[in-house]
Every structure is written in structure tokens, then in C-alpha cells.
Design a binder for this molecule. Sequence first.
Ligand SMILES: NC(=O)c1ccc[n+]([C@@H]2O[C@H](COP(=O)([O-])OP(=O)(O)OC[C@H]3O[C@@H](n4cnc5c(N)ncnc54)[C@H](OP(=O)(O)O)[C@@H]3O)[C@@H](O)[C@H]2O)c1
Length: 492
Amino acid sequence: MQGNLKSVYSQVPLTVVVIGASGDLSMRKIFPAFYALYVQKHLPHKFYIVGFARTPLNTDSFREQIGLWLEKEVRNISLKERDDFIGNCYYCQGNYNNIDDYNRLGKLIEELEKNEKSNKIYYMAIPPFLFLTVSNSLHLSNLSNDSGGQTWTRVVVEKPFGRDRESSDELTVGLQRVFREDQIYRIDHYLAKEVIQNLMVLRFANLILEPIWNRQYVDNIRISWMEDLGVEGRGGYFDEYGIIRDVMQNHLLQMVALIAMEQPIRYEADYIRDEKVKILRCITPVSLSHLVIGQYGPGIHKGEQKVGYREEEGISLSSITPTYSAVVLFVKNRRWDGVPFLLRAGKGLSKKMTEIKVQFKDVPANIFSEIVPHMSPNELVIRVQPEAMIALKIVNKVPGLTLSLRESYLDLSYESAFETRVPEAYELLLLDVIRGDRSLFIRSDELESAWDIFTPVLHELENKRIQPTIYPFGSDGPASADLLASRFGTTW
Ligand SMILES: NC(=O)c1ccc[n+]([C@@H]2O[C@H](COP(=O)([O-])OP(=O)(O)OC[C@H]3O[C@@H](n4cnc5c(N)ncnc54)[C@H](OP(=O)(O)O)[C@@H]3O)[C@@H](O)[C@H]2O)c1
């Protein structure tokens, strides 16, 4: 079955301005993703990628840097295609608040366009405190205009979108002073991961799940996001946000929304986002009694001694920023009332793994319970990483002359089931920005509802200076998270 993939091989040229082009995200993700789109012929015939940042580079040294990063990030790269691609890249050095620099950027774009107006994407690959400075500068230098509707202008913003509901609203209002909401693309790259995209297909293109996808049959839902790395040189950023803002309020909540929402009217961006907003509004704000926070201390992982969070570069010895959190959410609607959604996310843990587990209830009056007294219930496991897979835990008879039962999995591994290259999340997201498909981007009302769930507890944690529990690097997080799960009759 093949969907209708609209070609973007349009005749209208495209200019992408990457603001903060010298940074980690630009080099590791954005340029490789544009390169992949170029190789797959998803970019228009004429396209220009213009880097804008303060770092003293020129077009030649910028191209050289991109070339080196592409060699590092892209497997089996063709040198010819690499050189053709970087031949479309240009650099403009400038300060983020200097209008003269933006005027020079505008001039460069005009020279490239040679009277043939291009569609424009401004990609904000900069720290969030610069978002409004840059959007105001784009406005003051007349770069944010849609050129009378002949071409479009879109802006891509990276998370985090604020620190709480108030700062997120300020950011929204500030951006909307310059761009219309339909021009703003807020990225949550988790939404573009294959398995996450498959959630809606799994639920709404199959019949068998719907009758059991509710409080009558589902006992609990657990989502784990585990990373076996520390802050890896991004301590300054992380310490300001912490794991709840960095991962839970966005990636994990988006997963909850896709699992819990009702079927959209149609498979279209606004209908999908309407349903997500509806379900997020049904979630009661997190309470302190349903929350655990932790912070990694020193530990040993894969035989290597690791420092604790407070010893990481740029982190204060008295930091109380959580690197781990576990919470329980409740969705107050007729489908889910009373079903706990348990979420945990952490850095410095034993492994890298993201998965969703939908645990069903025990079989009533089970005639086999005398043979196996503690039979575990059915469970649907949706694993995002390391290896993408979907598995259903069922109870089976072990072949033989006696009756013996065992739990086993009906599983679908993406790698063996689909002999196709799995695209990087950023490839799909950037292609969607070009196509104007906003399904995988966060709408402002979605953002508001997501912040409403976490803002009160984040403020309470900070006002009361609640100390996180220290757990050793390389462990599975604090024991209090296991206790939290056990209060709801389950384990992670
Ligand atoms: N890296 C990731 O994997 C990742 C993942 C998810 C989201 N994000 C988000 O994506 C955005 C970019 O991330 P990044 O990791 O690429 O950031 P970064 O490397 O810290 O910053 C990008 C560029 O912004 C400029 N910059 C940095 N700090 C600045 C400061 N204090 N004042 C003025 N300019 C500054 C620098 O360019 P110049 O000095 O050349 O001007 C830098 O190269 C951020 O919003 C981040 O939260 C990143």
C-alpha cells in the first residue's frame, strides 16, 4: 500500500536559512537531512542553503565543514553528490540582533534568486533565548514577508518552547507578532520516528485493537525513555531545563496523546491536532504525590567510571535539576478514567531504550490459574529504540505431553519485516515543512495544554527546592520510581 506522497520537485526555488549554522544540531542533523532529501530528489531544482551565525566563516570554509560532517554522518556517501550538494550552500556571518547583518543576508538571497523569487524556510537552530531576537530582526529587515502570496515563508523552531506555561505563551505571542501560526513549525522530532508515526496506523487501520483499547481491558500504560549517557557537554542547557521539560513535557506527552486520543475526523494535520489537544486537556495536572525525581551520581557503566551530574562541566555542586523523573498521569474521560499512565525518563541509566507497554487486565475466572498461579497478563510492547519493534505478549502451551504454559511474544521486528531504509526523523520533518504538512508539528494550543499538565508541579519543585534522589550512573534510576509503579500494581 502506497500513500499519496505529493512531489515537492516544484519549479519554485527554495531558500533555507539556517540560523545558528555553526552549531551542533545544524551540522549533525540539519545538513545531513537536507543532503538526504537532495539525494532522493525531494528538493526543488533550484535550492540555496544559507548559513547565518556569528562564527567567522566564509562560504568556502562553511562548505568544507559541511562536507566533513556529511562524510561523518552519511554512510556510503557519493563524493560527486556531496560536492554538488555543498555547491548550493552559502554563508553569511552576522550577529543575531544586528539589522545591517540581516540586510546583507537579504542581499545575498536576492543575488542567489536572480529575480526568480524563492520559497523561504528560516530554521532557528539557536538557543531558545534568541528565538524572539531573531524573529524580530527578520521582521525589521523585511525578510519575514510572504512576498505577496507568490511564494511562502515558514519558520522552524526547535524545542524547548519555553520553561513553563507563562514563558511558552510569551514565546508564542512574540513569534505570532512576526509570523502567522500557519507559518510556524514547532519541531518535536520524536513525532517523526517511524514507530511513533505507526501508532495511529496501528490503532486506526486495524480493527482488533479498538474494542479492547479502553479502561475495561487496559490495566495500565507505561512509557519509558532511558538514556545511558550523561549530559555530554550540553550541561549548561540541560541544567536550565531538566528532564521533565527536556523530555517528558514534549516527547513522552506526545506519545501519551497518540495512544489515548480518539480517531481524528480525517488523516489531516488539523484534525489530528484537534484530537491531541482534546486528550491533553483531559489529563489532570501532575501532583507531587505522583512524581519521583532523581539525579545521577557517580557510577560505573560498561566497565567505565562515570562522574555524577554535579561533577559535569558547567553544573553547580548544589544543582537540584532532575536528570530522572517518573510520573503517573490520569486521563479523565470515558475511555480512560482510572487507567494510570506511568511515564519515566532518565539520563545516566543502564541502557538506551524507549518503549511503550500497554498492559491488559488479568483474564477473569482463568481456568489455568491452578497450573500457573501468577500468569502475567497480555501486554502490547511498542519499542521505539534501540531496535524498532512491536510485540504482543500472549500465554501459550509449551509443546509436550504435559500441560505447561509459558508467556511468549508475537513479534514484528521492523528490520526483518521491512527491507527498506528507515529515514532519519529530521528528513521527514524537513520534507513536511517543504510540503506544508503540519501534522507532525506542535500547534500553539497543543503546547498550552501540555504545559498546563506540568507547570504547577514544576513550580512546586522549584519553590520548595525539592531535592532529587541520587542514583548511581548506570543503574535503572531511583528505587522510589519502582515503589511508585508498585503503588499501581505494576513494575516498569
Ligand atoms: N543538539 C541537539 O541534538 C538538539 C536536539 C533537540 C533540540 N535542540 C535545539 O536546537 C537548537 C540548537 O541546538 P544546538 O545544540 O545546535 O545549539 P548550540 O550548538 O549550543 O548553538 C547553536 C549556535 O547558536 C549560537 N550560540 C550558541 N550560544 C549562544 C549564545 N549564548 N549567544 C549567541 N549565540 C549563541 C552559536 O553560533 P555562533 O556562535 O556561530 O553564532 C552556536 O553554534 C536549540 O534550541 C536546542 O535546544 C538541539
